[in-house]
Design a protein around this ligand. Sequence first.
Ligand SMILES: [Zn+2]
Ligand SMILES: [Zn+2]
Length: 281
Amino acid sequence: MLDEGHGPAGTRRSDHCNVSRRDEDRGSKKDDDMQLTVIGSGDAFGSGGRLQTSFHVDDDGTKFLVDCGASTLIGMHREGLDPCAVETIFITHLHGDHFAGLVWWKIHAHHTVRRKTPLTVVGPVGLEERFHATCEVLFPGSSKVEPRFEMKFVEFAEREPIEVGGTRLTAYAGEHPSGALSAALRLERGGKVLSYSGDTQWVDTLVDCARGADLFITECYSYDETSIPYHLNWQVLADKIDTLAAQRVMLTHMNLNMLANRHRVTRPDVIFANDGMVVNF
Ligand SMILES: [Zn+2]
Ligand SMILES: [Zn+2]
């Protein structure tokens, strides 16, 4: 049974889903597994003491991030993960809790650890301009600093698949105002599919994004506050989840209402993201 909601955060293990949060268990993955570490499973406001959105993926030594909230470096250090080993950062949308961590990432890489390896940042059209503007607001002058490593930006549009570092990415439009495309991402790599809703209210494009995915991560901001716009709640997801046809579904980006009602979600194919959780798939 995959039912993280009935146990303390991230401590249950399952032979079926191979979920754990302990460093020593990271060795339990099979050769062709991708290993996902939840860096941040929180909403924008740190509800429940959780960090902002970020997932670290290790595919046979190739490492990438999906989203990079402001607290991402904190979570990387907490989990003992090396930022310099991350080759690519995929960004779903240009809200601070999903992309602002890039500002600290650049400064840390340039000044503190003197990164030498290239970094590719992939996000919706407008990413590079918004990144430089955010750098300038938070650390004046930092946008003018030419990093000592190659920092490349790749921008995607809706339903125009691109290939970056061996990962095929397809972006699907969500319904979530961010001044640019707010995307759900489908990442295909070595026969495995990782899909992620980003932030959005229900849109049928999620069905295309999640179809047949080995793991579909979805925001589930609320349990039953159905009037909150531009986010998902469990009442909607419970209705739609079978249409997604994903092998497993991971709920993340939870507010206090959702966190307090986790025990009411009892589907065996649904797990809850917790900071530090490791999932092999
Ligand atoms: Zn968010
Ligand atoms: Zn958002």
